[in-house]
Design a protein around this ligand. Sequence first.
Ligand SMILES: C[S@@+](CC[C@H](N)C(=O)[O-])C[C@H]1O[C@@H](n2cnc3c(N)ncnc32)[C@H](O)[C@@H]1O
Length: 241
Amino acid sequence: MLAAPWPAKTHSTPAAAQQSGRKRHHGTILPVEEYDRVVASLRQAYGPDAAAKRDGREKEAFKVDERRRFLNLLQDRAATSLLEVGAGTGHDSLYFQEQGLRVLCTDLSPAMVELCRAKGLDARVADFLGLGVPPASFDAVYALNCLLHVPTPDLQRVLEAIGEVLVPGGLLYVGTWGGADKEGLMQDDHHPVPRFFAFRSDRLMREMLAERFHVLSFTTFDPEGNHFQSFVLEKPGKALP
Ligand SMILES: C[S@@+](CC[C@H](N)C(=O)[O-])C[C@H]1O[C@@H](n2cnc3c(N)ncnc32)[C@H](O)[C@@H]1O
């Protein structure tokens, strides 16, 4: 169950949000420091213990299928480079690297990044909003179950930052748990501090992604009663060959 979002006193008014230059999308506009608070608590939640536990988990079959499907598309388009954001322990990055792609993985958790490096991956600690790579430097970006940690009012600027590192015509995979529009802290979370989740409806997620990318495919499935949204997106511009 989700707890109430951050305390109401930290929410800014729409006027304050306008002053801060933030674009309004849905719901309450959170002040800039709100995003930073979410990130700080997630870094704690994904510390060394949680990272080690996640590293030992077997990947669900549907996620294995998802990355294979994306790889096929990358190969069809002769893509050679991939950035994984919110890479976690780097299992997917390792798969793409073993298939011949030049891979960089990024995550906000130093513990996760350490595990990625231990697998021989080029990895760095980086927030979605500070990826630290040159514009248009990757053919593809992979984002699995990480954008669900971005508050909805911040999602467009995160998508903008991700879009910036893609070449025109580059491909973005977004796979995420969703369903009803609901966000806040996960009560009874099994991580050391409760994590912030933003679950979004199919309609909202599609609308927000379509503001910046062409939607090449959108599929949903419901493993074990949870709702998973899978998008393959293309950055507008000249398509990859
Ligand atoms: C649920 S885990 C998923 C990890 C991996 N993609 C997977 O599917 O196994 C979410 C990951 O996103 C990272 N993350 C969350 N918010 C982030 C942010 N603002 N910038 C970069 N990474 C973030 C977390 O540190 C965590 O490793």
